[in-house]
Design a protein. Structure first.
Length: 541
């Protein structure tokens, strides 16, 4: 019994979508090989022959005289619908049985398991690897049969009894893994790109068809690509060797903000392809699906092990691959050129901490940071460095850190937590505001903004905090939230920001990075102009 087979069928959707669009071209290549000279077959390796034989076997007529579908294309399309609409395995089998009963000559699998076997044989399957619930290890390779991790002691299984023992004593409990990583093997999917002559030719586009006029239209025009070729000349000799990019971010698969959950897909893109193909969904390669309910954080390297093993093989040894466009078998190598992520994920993927004393990867050891004794955190005070050199605020010591600023601005970065800090401070949102007792004690220790220093009252047992110029009353908070709640936005400019506003609690939460950009540049200045004083409004705008 596969205890989570229904949920797994939804994961198959990405694989089936990618395979469906190129299916016709792949079948044409196979049938062209049969019709033409024997030389086409002579160029294949054994894996390619086996794959094409499977495709040919599954490509019979759906029914006598059918022109629109083959058995393979129809089954793939039906399987895709199952994944998109959440059909159970049992319901999928029932549909297949009904179709077979209505059209006896219909050439389709008779059950879900047989349909899934067809997909697996074509290399569209994935592997399940159990993981420690504390992200300590994968139950993989030499640890595959272990039942707990020897250091943290966490069990691999959740024991889930099927029925009460006194009702049906013959029934046994099933071992359900606490956490499971899904691994979609990368190597066979890269090989499939070359088994279709159309995409195989496109994999050489970056060298054979790209305009080389020193204009930046493709990553191959960039300096990093050229430097890589100069450094690894053997890799650059064969233009079919694959240049990969990796991207990752967390998302909530439950489509509701009331549940806190973060699942992390690891996606790879092949940059050999022309730009109008490389960024299309059907050419994305989902390699890993890291389970929630929380971000793996720095332990993401535990989950990356299967992918890293494949990438090492592709870089050091290569894999034998058949090129349908040239009818030849070659040794394919691949290199991971770069990663694409937001700033928090950058720390996870690169190993450079984006927190603490040296948080800025651009400034490196030149990062200007101060440790706040009472808040027990690091802050970055050189705000005026981002202003023009002749700006009057660069000499305004009392309003900032008590110093005249002469430092040059580092390269600009935009982050979502800027908006988190602004909204959290103005609305005094717990956990988000930057104005609290410890922050006031930090100001006192630094000797700046004396009007905001905390004052002890009632025999020095209680602390009184003076109202800051950026603080809002409850009535002002309600006005602020109401403006964002009722704002009418053009289609496509941002998501439904009103759903992120809670008027009762006077809070704003659940917005994404693009929403934060839109709020900061277009919405924030509308409510603050009528609520806050100019000394706060002008810097914000």
């Amino acid at each position: 019994m596969d205890v989570d087979s229904d949920s797994d069928s939804e994961i198959d959707s990405e694989s089936e979508t990618n395979s469906y669009d190129n299916m016709d071209a792949l079948l044409n290549d196979r049938f062209r090989d049969v019709a033409q000279a024997e030389g086409i077959k002579e160029g294949m390796n054994e894996d390619a022959k086996k794959f094409y034989d499977l495709v040919e076997e599954a490509s019979k007529e759906l029914y006598p005289g059918c022109k629109g579908f083959s058995t393979l294309s129809f089954t793939t399309r039906l399987y895709l619908l199952k994944c998109q609409h959440g059909w159970s395995n049992a319901s999928f089998t029932s549909i297949l049985e009904l179709l077979k009963e209505a059209v006896p000559k219909l050439n389709i699998p008779t059950s879900f398991n047989k349909a899934k076997t067809m997909m697996r044989d074509l290399g569209l399957d994935y592997k399940k690897i159990d993981a420690c619930p504390n992200d300590c290890m994968l139950y993989w390779k030499e640890y595959e049969k272990d039942t707990s991790y020897h250091e943290c002691g966490a069990s691999r299984w959740i024991v889930h009894p099927v029925v009460e023992a006194d009702v049906l004593p013959s029934k046994k409990s099933h071992n359900i893994p606490v956490k499971t990583l899904r691994h979609f093997p990368l190597i066979p999917r890269l090989q499939r790109l070359f088994m279709c002559s159309a995409t195989a030719k496109s994999m050489r586009w970056h060298d054979e068809e790209r305009k080389k006029d020193d204009k930046l239209r493709h990553p191959a025009d960039g300096q990093s690509w050229k430097d890589f070729d100069n450094r690894h000349k053997n890799f650059a000799l064969d233009t079919r060797n694959v240049r990969l990019g990796l991207s990752s971010d967390g998302f909530n698969p439950y489509q509701t903000m009331s549940i806190s959950h973060s699942t992390w897909p690891i996606v790879l893109m092949a940059y050999n392809l022309p730009p109008w193909m490389s960024m299309k969904q059907e050419y994305f390669k989902l390699s890993l699906l890291i389970p929630g309910p929380k971000s793996p954080g720095n332990d993401i390297d535990i989950y990356l092990q299967p992918l890293i093993e494949e990438l090492k093989e592709l870089w050091e040894v290569g894999v034998e691959t058949y090129d349908a466009s040239k009818n030849e078998t070659f040794q394919m190598y691949a290199a991971l050129m770069w990663t694409i992520s937001d700033f928090p994920a950058y720390a996870m993927l690169s190993g450079w901490s984006t927190k603490g004393k040296l948080a800025c990867p651009c400034c490196n050891h030149g990062t200007c940071s101060n440790y706040l004794k009472y808040s027990c955190k690091t802050c970055y005070m050189v705000h005026c460095a981002f202003l023009p050199e002749d700006h009057p605020w660069t000499a305004n010591k009392s309003s900032f850190n008590g110093k005249v600023e002469h430092k040059q601005a580092p390269p600009l970065l935009s982050e979502k937590n800027i908006v988190d800090s602004i909204l959290g401070t103005h609305l005094d949102i717990s956990g988000k505001t930057k104005d609290h007792t410890n922050a006031r004690y930090n100001l006192k220790e630094m000797g700046i903004r004396k009007n905001l220093h905390p004052k002890k009252t009632n025999g020095r047992k209680k602390v009184k905090l003076a109202k800051a110029c950026y603080s809002m009353t409850n009535a002002e908070k309600s006005i602020f939230c109401d403006v964002l709640k009722t704002a009418k936005l053009p289609d496509g400019s941002a998501s439904n920001i009103s759903r992120c506003v809670n008027l009762l609690e006077r809070r704003i939460f659940g917005y994404k990075t693009h929403d934060a950009h839109f709020i900061l540049h277009y919405l924030l200045q509308i409510p603050i102009k009528g609520i806050l004083p100019d000394q706060v409004v002008v810097p914000l705008i």
